[in-house]
Design a protein around this ligand. Structure first.
Ligand code: DLL
Length: 447
């Protein structure tokens, strides 16, 4: 279980894990050498075993042997989600099915899911990056980790599970849902860290308060939150109300699941486990590589995946490579928080709007809660955008004048942020549906 990449070290059985011995601290030049060797290997493997990739390389007149430097990556074709759909279910596998020891799937917005595969060695890599991810959040042997990511075809549950277990922490595989039981577990089992989506944690905080449980008085000190976009305002809300430290974890099924990148306690970007996942940032329109610091679409290449290598996978997630070193001492590069996807842009009356802009604007106004939904409708050919946002019980039971004041402030904040008048509806506390996994923020009724 503890393989997957260069050595990582633990004290004798059951002892503490030492992140300093991981590739997170490799000098950049050594990391580039390692990446090049692994890239050459993965390109050769994909060429030999994945017909779609071979056809595309042949069409370009490019042979794996032509791959001599990291700069050659740009000469390779992209892989997209459509490629996964078109070859459903097993068409991109580079290992025979008998060597595949696990399948996961991610539900698409339409039709069939996309299927992802792991060999034994792939699972070991996944476990090793999740160990490093937890360690980056300051967790170790002795921590009690409540894993509230869903177990099943979703990668969150099992991905976090094996990482936490291999770290030597005590894992509670509670999975998502059953909120009252989650709170009982958190309180009775002395949980020190929790893994779930940020929106679900907010729901847990709210329910805990209703049940008279004060999270601040529990040993809980860290949350490993990801699988959906969230904002700095959301982090502030979580940290202020619960007293825990909130860490952002990023990943996607196509690449491995959770554990592609994670924040350290400096919270200035997410460290990529770049000995296994090679990052590029490209212009989402032209596909051209962008320099460090510029925002664009994250493209990832797996460097060690056997069962399903992904070459230049277009994640559609928009971010940038953070410049400069991190004070934590890790040398691996960082990406900025992923606030949006290239495909979650809403166009309303000709204005481009991202849900994250709406979240940031709403949460900046006192009295608004981080429970909101965006509803799009079309009347007589004209688009309408409505933001439904819950307000605190005090505000809701307050005088009409106070409600009107808040309504006005929210409308103004949104107009300023988006350059668009948004219809705001103040919703009663608990009236917007809570999610146990990824929150559904946008309801598009325009079709
Ligand atoms: O969400 C894997 C995961 C599980 C990540 C648990 C973190 C924690 P998918 O279901 O394939 O995999 O969804 C991947 O979710 O392309 C992003 O758009 C979004 N996403 C994941 N993490 C973050 C994050 C898992 N920290 C898609 N911030 C990705 C913003 C995120 N978006």
């Amino acid at each position: 279980m503890r393989g997957g990449g260069p050595a990582v070290s633990w004290d004798p059985p059951g002892g503490a894990f030492h992140p300093a011995s991981t590739p997170d601290y490799l000098p950049a030049a050594r990391m580039r050498e390692l990446q090049l060797a692994r890239l050459q290997n993965v390109v050769g493997r994909a060429y030999a075993r994945v017909p779609l990739f071979r056809e595309r390389l042949d069409a370009r007149g490019f042979q794996p042997a032509d791959f001599r430097g990291l700069g050659d990556l740009e000469r390779l074709p992209f892989t997209t989600k459509a490629d996964l759909r078109d070859t459903y279910p097993f068409g991109l596998f580079a290992s025979p099915i008998e060597d595949v020891v696990r399948l996961h799937a991610s539900s698409g917005t339409t039709g069939k899911p996309i299927v992802v595969a792991y060999t034994r060695a792939d699972l070991d890599v996944w476990t090793s990056v999740m160990v490093r991810a937890f360690a980056a959040c300051g967790l170790n042997h002795g921590d009690i980790i409540q894993n509230a990511y869903g177990y099943g075809l979703f990668t969150g549950g099992l991905g976090a599970h094996y990482g936490a277990e291999s770290l030597g922490a005590t894992v509670i595989p509670v999975s998502g849902g059953n909120t009252d039981r989650q709170i009982m577990v958190m309180k009775d089992f002395g949980v020190t860290a929790i893994c779930c989506t940020p929106s679900y944690f907010i729901h847990l905080m709210e329910r805990a308060a209703e049940l008279g449980v004060n999270i601040r008085e529990l040993p809980l000190r860290a949350g490993i939150f990801g699988a959906e976009p969230w904002t700095e305002s959301m982090r502030r809300h979580i940290e202020t109300d619960s007293g825990i430290q909130a860490f952002d974890i990023y990943g996607l099924s196509e690449i491995i699941g959770p554990g592609v990148a994670i924040e350290c306690p400096c919270h200035n970007g997410l460290h990529i486990f770049e000995d296994h996942f090679y990052p590029e940032i490209v212009d989402p329109e032209s596909g051209r590589a962008l320099p460090e610091g510029e925002e664009g679409e994250l493209v990832l290449t797996t460097l060690s995946k056997q069962a399903m290598p992904m070459i230049r996978y277009r994640t559609r997630d928009i971010t940038s490579l953070a410049p400069g070193p991190c004070p934590c001492g890790r040398t691996v590069r960082r990406i900025g928080r992923i606030g949006r996807r290239s495909d979650d842009m809403i166009i309303v009356r000709g204005v481009n709007v991202f849900p994250s802009q709406i979240e940031a604007a709403l949460l900046a106004v006192e009295g608004a809660l981080p429970h909101y939904q965006i509803v799009l409708t079309r009347q007589k050919g004209l688009d309408n955008i409505e933001a439904q946002v819950e307000v605190t019980a005090e505000v809701f039971s307050d005088k009409v004048r106070a409600l009107e004041g808040l309504h006005g402030r929210l409308c103004d904040a949104l107009e300023q942020a988006l350059g668009l008048r948004v219809e705001v509806t103040l919703a009663a506390p608990r009236s917007i549906q809570r999610s146990e996994g990824k929150a559904k923020r946008v309801i598009d009724r325009r079709q």
